[in-house]
Every structure is written in structure tokens, then in C-alpha cells.
Design a protein around this ligand. Structure first.
Ligand code: ADP
Ligand code: MG
Length: 465
């Protein structure tokens, strides 16, 4: 056989390759196509062998292990002569910027900063999230101990997988580990899985996957937050799995957080799930009331140290918050911040009623809103009046004043408009309501005892609801 006849006409070859690429796109989807297939060129067919050109070794390995069979399959249908595929690597991109240079970059200088500088650890460790300000209780004891243990002795549990629902302290623990290890000479990468994915896809676009690979696979510690983001993203899963394997093979530590257990992850390959469960899996449960209170108290202390000024929040309010905001520590602390902020602006210790007012929007989502009838009932019983008199048109002071108090509280404690309030008081006009509110405000400003009385009624209404 003459060489010339063995080399296929390039026109045909290009056409056939385009067709194969199209079929691969249909088979594997646009993501895979763009990531792995699109930039591959067909060079020649020599004897029975099709030569494809790829940009990096990494891409070649990936194609060989994932798509080569299908490529051959499709190609044979168009040209049965071809029985094998070979690859040529044209690392044009890396000629000026070799993979080795990247590794050197990574190794010199002080770990974290350097990783950040090259764009791979865009998530910074938050130095405020430490073990010392993590409050331990029954619900997070296990996760805390495991995290502490890992930070003291790498590789002890590998991987460490911490899961729990949102706002319970996973990111806090991950950062605490990172902050602890930052004191050593270990190379740490901390980032969210979302970021990992983003970097990976970007590296494919920039034909820079080698660098991606090197950066991650040279870490001593990889901390990956919110790994549930990887579910369903096939290509990223693969890359994560490869990274994960090569890290653990090198005895590097992997620490992962997730909003559910490995088994409950859907659309994640079984082999990945089983590798994720291969070290230690610990969960964080919702905190009980004692832990919630302690977290609130600690946060107040932190605030005081930070601002060098007392936080004006009493225990009654702290227990109120701890009782009402159970599901997420994050939400609970958000509520505390809001009250602290308001107390700073007003420069006074808020009463329970104030706190409830500050949180009116949140509370009204959680329970029925106070009705004007509730207010009327309480005011009537407080002043020991018959409801009939109270709602009548009588103007004697001992009836008119409580009526005004009720109108004032209706405005303060409900979201009803002035005309609506007026209507509930046997069809009074909204100007009557305005007058009542003004009157009560004046009286409260002038008379401490009266102010206390109104506040007392208000507290009773809020407590009943
Ligand atoms: P997750 O990552 O689980 O959604 P985070 O770690 O972001 O939750 O926690 C939410 C907020 O609650 C953070 O401000 C964190 O510092 C705080 N937090 C959670 N648990 C604790 C705890 N046990 N002690 C102190 N702060 C906590
Ligand atoms: Mg988190």
C-alpha cells in the first residue's frame, strides 16, 4: 500500500470530523461539547489511525477515559478504515507559560495570599470565625470536636464531611479549621463548591485546565464549602472527583460541608457519594434553647468588646429572641443585630414591646397579627369598663381616655390604617383617631406614670399574642 493512498484527503476528514463532533454534541450535551470536544482538531488519517490534536495532556486523558470509544464508533460509521485514534498534544498555550511555572508560583510566598493572587481561592477565610467563638452544645458537639481534631492532626479523618441545614454553623467551622491551619506552613485552599465550579469552567474556557489542576492538586488542605452545588454538574463532578482522589492519595486533607448527608445528595454519582462518606461524616442539628441563648449572650459580649460599649439588651429580650427564632442561628443573630442597632440609635435599653415592634415584620409572618378587637378587649378589662360603654359615644373622661389609649395602641401594634381604626370604634372619623394618638403621646411625654401604664397594657397585649 502506498503512503499517499493511506493518507486520507483532508477535505473529507474535516467534514467527517465536524459531523462526529455534532453527534457527540447531541449525545453528551452542549456543556461537554464545549468543554472537551469543540477545540479538538482532526489532523490526519494514517493507515488505520485517526490523529486528533488536543491542547493539553489533561484534555487528552479526559477524552481517552470518557469519550474515545464513542468518537471511534461515530467515525467508523463514516469511514470504516479507521480502527484506532491517537492524539497529538499541541501545548501552544503553555509554551510561554509552562505548567511548572505555575507550581513554583504556588509554592513560593505565603500560601493563602498566593493562591488568592492567582485567582483560585477567591473566597477568603473570615478571620472572625474561629473555634474560640464557636459556642458548643449538644447539637454541634460532634462536628466541633471533629473539626478541632482535624485542625490539630491532618489526615486523621479524611475527608471530613460536615452537614446540616442552613445557618447552623458549617461555614463557621470550616473557617475555624482554615484559620487554625493558617498558622502552620500548610498550603490551604478554601472556597465554596460554587466557586470551584466557576473556576473550573473558566479554566476550560481559557484553555487553562492544567493550571487549575495543578493549583488544586498541590494543596495540603482543600476546604470546600456547600458541596451540594456540584450536584448535577457532570463535568465539574468529574474534575472534583479526580482532584479529590489525587489529594487523598497524597495524604492531603479534604474538608467538605454540605446541606445534606452524602447519601441524600441527588444527581451525584454513587462512587463520589461513597468516597465522600469514606472518612468521617458528622452532622450539625438545630440548637436547643440553652445553646441559642448562649450564642446570643456571646454575640452581645463580642459586640461590647468590639464597640467598647455596653450592649443595651436585657435577658428578657434575649430569651424572647431565643424562643422565637429557632431554626437558623444566622437568622437569630440577624434579629439580635437589628435590636442592638436600634438600641444604639435610640440610646436606650429596649423593652420587650420595643423589640416586638422592631421585629413586627418578622413576627407577623410567624403568628397571627394582633387585631383591634384584641386591643379593645384588653383595654376594657384593664380599666374595668363594660365594652358597651367603651364603644358608645359617651365622652366622660374615664371612658374617653381608655378609648384613646386603645386607638393609640391600634396604630402602634397593627398595620391598620387610620380610617380602618376609626371604623372599628363604632364608625369614628380618622381625624378622631389622629387626635387620640396625639393626646396620648402628649400625656405619655408629660407623665411617667401614664407612660408606664400604656406600656404595661401594650406588653400585656403582646404577651397574649
Ligand atoms: P451555615 O454555613 O451552616 O449556613 P454559618 O456557619 O454561616 O452557617 O453560620 C451562620 C451564623 O451563625 C454565622 O454568623 C456563625 O458565626 C453563627 N453561628 C452558627 N453557629 C454558631 C455557634 N455554635 N456559635 C457561634 N456562632 C455560631
Ligand atoms: Mg455556609
Amino acid at each position: 500500500m502506498k503512503i499517499t493512498s493511506a493518507l486520507q484527503d483532508t477535505g473529507d476528514l474535516k467534514k467527517n470530523w465536524s459531523e462526529v463532533q455534532l453527534k457527540l454534541k447531541e449525545t453528551y450535551g452542549v456543556d461537554v461539547f464545549k468543554s472537551w470536544i469543540q477545540n479538538v482538531e482532526a489532523k490526519e488519517i494514517n493507515h488505520n489511525s485517526l490523529t486528533l490534536i488536543v491542547k493539553t495532556r489533561f484534555v487528552r486523558d479526559w477524552i481517552v477515559s470518557h469519550y474515545a470509544d464513542k468518537i471511534l464508533d461515530f467515525f467508523q460509521k463514516l469511514n470504516p478504515v479507521v480502527t484506532r485514534i491517537q492524539f497529538e498534544i499541541h501545548e501552544s498555550f503553555y509554551n510561554t507559560k509552562s505548567a511548572d511555572t505555575n507550581i513554583v508560583d504556588f509554592n513560593t510566598g505565603s500560601k493563602i495570599v498566593n493562591i488568592q493572587d492567582n485567582g483560585y481561592a477567591a473566597n477568603r477565610l473570615d478571620h472572625r470565625l474561629t473555634f474560640s467563638n464557636f459556642v458548643v452544645g449538644e447539637s454541634n458537639q460532634l462536628a466541633f470536636s471533629a473539626a478541632k481534631r482535624v485542625s490539630e492532626s491532618l489526615g486523621h479523618y479524611n475527608p471530613l464531611f460536615i452537614y446540616g441545614s442552613v445557618g447552623l454553623g458549617k461555614t463557621h467551622l470550616l473557617n475555624a479549621i482554615g484559620n487554625e491551619l493558617k498558622k502552620t506552613d500548610k498550603k490551604i485552599i478554601y472556597l465554596s463548591a460554587e466557586r470551584f465550579m466557576y473556576q473550573f469552567v473558566k479554566s476550560i474556557k481559557n484553555k487553562d485546565t492544567q493550571k487549575f489542576k495543578d493549583v488544586f492538586r498541590n494543596a495540603d488542605v482543600l476546604i470546600l464549602d456547600d458541596i451540594q452545588f456540584i450536584s448535577g454538574k457532570e463535568v465539574t463532578q468529574e474534575e472534583f472527583f479526580y482532584t479529590f482522589n489525587s489529594l487523598t492519595e497524597n495524604q492531603s486533607q479534604v474538608i467538605i460541608s454540605c446541606d445534606r448527608s452524602p447519601n441524600d445528595l441527588d444527581r451525584i454519582q454513587d462512587r463520589i457519594k461513597s468516597r465522600l462518606s469514606g472518612g468521617l461524616v458528622v452532622d450539625i442539628q438545630s440548637p436547643d434553647i440553652a445553646l441559642r441563648l448562649q450564642i446570643l449572650k456571646n454575640r452581645c459580649k463580642t459586640e461590647e468588646t468590639y464597640f467598647g460599649k455596653e450592649v443595651l439588651i436585657n435577658d428578657e429580650i434575649l430569651s424572647f429572641i431565643a424562643n422565637e427564632f429557632k431554626s437558623s442561628v444566622r437568622d437569630m443573630l440577624g434579629v439580635l443585630n437589628r435590636i442592638i442597632a436600634s438600641s444604639r440609635i435610640q440610646n436606650k435599653t429596649p423593652t420587650l414591646q420595643d423589640a416586638k415592634m422592631i421585629l413586627k415584620d418578622l413576627l407577623s409572618n410567624m403568628k397571627a397579627i394582633i387585631s383591634i378587637e384584641d386591643i379593645q378587649k384588653l383595654v376594657v378589662s384593664y380599666y374595668n369598663l363594660p365594652m358597651g360603654d367603651f364603644l358608645s359615644s359617651r365622652r366622660s373622661r374615664h371612658i374617653a381616655r381608655p378609648r384613646q389609649v386603645a386607638m393609640y395602641l391600634a396604630k402602634k401594634l397593627t398595620t391598620k390604617s387610620l380610617p380602618e381604626i376609626g371604623r372599628k370604634f363604632t364608625g369614628r372619623d380618622h381625624t378622631t383617631v389622629i387626635h387620640a394618638i396625639k393626646k396620648i403621646e402628649e400625656l405619655m411625654a408629660a407623665d411617667k406614670k401614664f407612660e408606664y401604664e400604656v406600656q404595661d397594657i401594650s406588653n400585656k397585649i403582646l404577651k397574649n399574642n
